[in-house]
Design a protein around this ligand. Structure first.
Ligand code: PGA
Length: 252
C-alpha cells in the first residue's frame, strides 16, 4: 500500500513571524492526531529551513516533515548561489522538489539537469519529488500524454530502478496557480498513463512510486482527487500558505 502524501510548497513566500504562526497553527491542528497511513511535509524557502526545522522539533510535530524546493545538480564546489543536497539533508529535509515547472520555464532547466538533481537528492538520503506536466498549448494540441511520457522517459533513462525511491508529481502547467484544477478523472488518467509507462520498465518500480497531483489543489477538490486509485497525494502551492487550508487538505 502506498501512503498518501501531502506536501506544501510555499514557493517564495513567508517570513520569520508568519512561519512561526503557520507551524503553531498546524501543530495545534495535528495535536489530536491525523488519519493513519499519511505523510505530510512543508517546503519553505532555503533561508527558513533551519527556523522551520527548529519549530517542528519544539512542537514535537511528528506528523510533519521538512522539504526543500530545489537543489544543485552538483555535490560541492564553486557554484555561487547554489545549495547542495548534503546541506539540505543536514537541515533535516526529507523531500526535495526538482524540476518544478517554474524552474523549467524561468530557469530553463532541462530533463537532464533535473535527473542529475534527483540523483544528488537520492545520494544524500532524501526523496526527490520530480515534477512533470504539460503546458496549456501542449494540452490543447492533444500532446499531453506524449509530453509527460517524454519527461518521465528522460528520468527513467538516468535513474532506472532508483526511481522506486522517488515521488513523481504530475503538475499540469495550466493548472498551477490558476484555479483551474484538473478534474479528478483527467488527473487519474494521466497518473495511470505514468504508472503504465513505469510498469513497461519494471512492475515493481511502478507499484512503489507515489504519484502526487499538483495544480490548484484546495480542500474542496482534494477529497475527490485523493480518492482516485493512482493519485497518491498532492503537491500544494497557494493553498498551503494558509495553515487551516493546508490542514483541511491533509485531512481530506
Ligand atoms: P498551486 O501550485 O497549488 O498554487 O496551483 C502548485 C505547485 O506549483 O506546486
Amino acid at each position: 500500500m502506498r501512503p498518501l502524501i501531502v506536501i506544501g510548497n510555499w514557493k517564495m513566500n513567508g517570513n520569520l513571524a508568519s512561519n512561526q504562526d503557520w507551524i503553531k497553527t498546524v501543530a495545534r491542528g495535528m495535536e489530536s492526531g491525523m488519519p493513519s497511513g499519511r505523510q505530510f511535509a512543508v517546503c519553505p524557502p532555503f533561508p527558513y529551513l533551519s527556523q522551520c526545522a527548529t519549530l517542528i522539533k519544539e512542537h514535537s510535530l511528528a506528523f510533519l516533515s521538512l522539504g526543500a524546493q530545489d537543489t544543485s545538480a552538483h555535490e560541492v564546489g564553486a557554484y555561487t548561489g547554489e545549495v547542495s543536497s548534503v546541506m539540505l539533508k543536514e537541515m533535516a529535509c526529507k523531500y526535495v522538489i526538482v524540476g518544478h515547472s517554474e524552474r523549467r520555464q524561468m530557469h530553463h532547466e532541462a530533463d537532464e539537469i533535473i535527473a542529475a538533481k534527483a540523483l544528488q537528492v537520492l545520494d544524500a538520503g532524501m526523496t526527490p519529488v520530480i515534477c512533470v506536466g504539460e503546458t496549456a498549448d501542449e494540452k490543447n494540441s492533444g500532446r499531453a500524454v506524449e509530453v509527460v511520457r517524454g519527461q518521465v522517459a528522460k528520468q527513467l533513462m538516468v535513474l532506472q530502478d532508483r526511481l522506486a525511491d522517488c515521488l513523481i508529481a504530475y503538475e499540469p502547467v495550466w493548472a498551477i496557480g490558476t484555479g483551474k484544477v484538473a478534474s479528478a478523472q483527467v488527473a487519474q488518467d494521466m497518473h495511470r498513463a505514468i504508472r503504465l509507462q513505469l510498469a513497461e520498465f519494471d512492475e515493481d518500480v511502478a507499484s512503489h512510486v507515489g504519484i502526487l497531483y499538483g495544480g490548484s489543489i484546495k480542500s474542496d477538490n482534494a477529497v475527490e482527487l485523493f480518492a482516485m486509485p493512482d493519485i497518491d497525494g498532492g503537491l500544494v502551492g497557494g493553498a498551503s500558505l494558509d495553515p487551516q487550508e493546508f490542514l483541511a487538505i491533509c485531512q481530506a
